[in-house]
Design a protein around this ligand. Structure first.
Ligand SMILES: [Fe+2]
Length: 155
């Protein structure tokens, strides 16, 4: 059936393409956080192991919400590592940083998703896509709060 929600198809396509970048960033940050949960070592092990677990669980729920918004706009959601690698602005890890390096990488990751989400927000406002504005606002809250919490560990 044709989609008739008050947003033109060309705009829905633009929104889906931009949201795919948010999805790819979020998925990449999810995997990085889970990786660090597994591999963190040092005196902060217990704190970071648990903190990273809370964070990757939150990111795992978020990827579903972003992907399903893309579907509601009428387009397929990317779902392969190859697509995520080409769409994401977050670099994958080559080696394993020490605990403090992990915290820094995750701060950078959350800040990167925040910048990506903020760019999409302008498009969502212009195309009157209120549910995407709402979703992006919630994602910005989480990423900026998490970045602050991680940053605070370094002071
Ligand atoms: Fe675990």
């Amino acid at each position: 059936m044709k989609i008739d929600i008050g947003i033109e198809e060309a705009d829905r396509k633009l929104l889906a393409d931009e949201l795919s970048k948010v999805l790819a960033d979020t998925y990449t940050l999810y995997l990085k956080t889970h990786n660090f949960h597994w591999n963190v070592t040092g005196p902060m092990f217990q704190t970071l192991h648990l903190m990273f677990e809370q964070q990757y669980n939150e990111l795992w729920v978020a990827v579903d919400l972003v992907a399903e918004r893309i579907r509601a706009l009428g387009f397929p959601a990317p779902g392969t590592y190859r697509q995520f690698a080409s769409l994401s602005s977050i670099k994958e890890e080559d080696g394993l940083p020490k605990a403090e390096g992990m915290i820094r990488r995750l701060v950078e990751g959350h800040e990167t998703v925040a910048r990506t989400a903020r760019n999409v927000f302008e498009l969502a406002e212009r195309t009157r896509d209120q549910p995407t504005c709402d979703l992006l606002t919630q994602r910005l809250q989480v990423h900026e709060k998490t970045a602050w919490m991680l940053r605070s560990l370094l002071e």
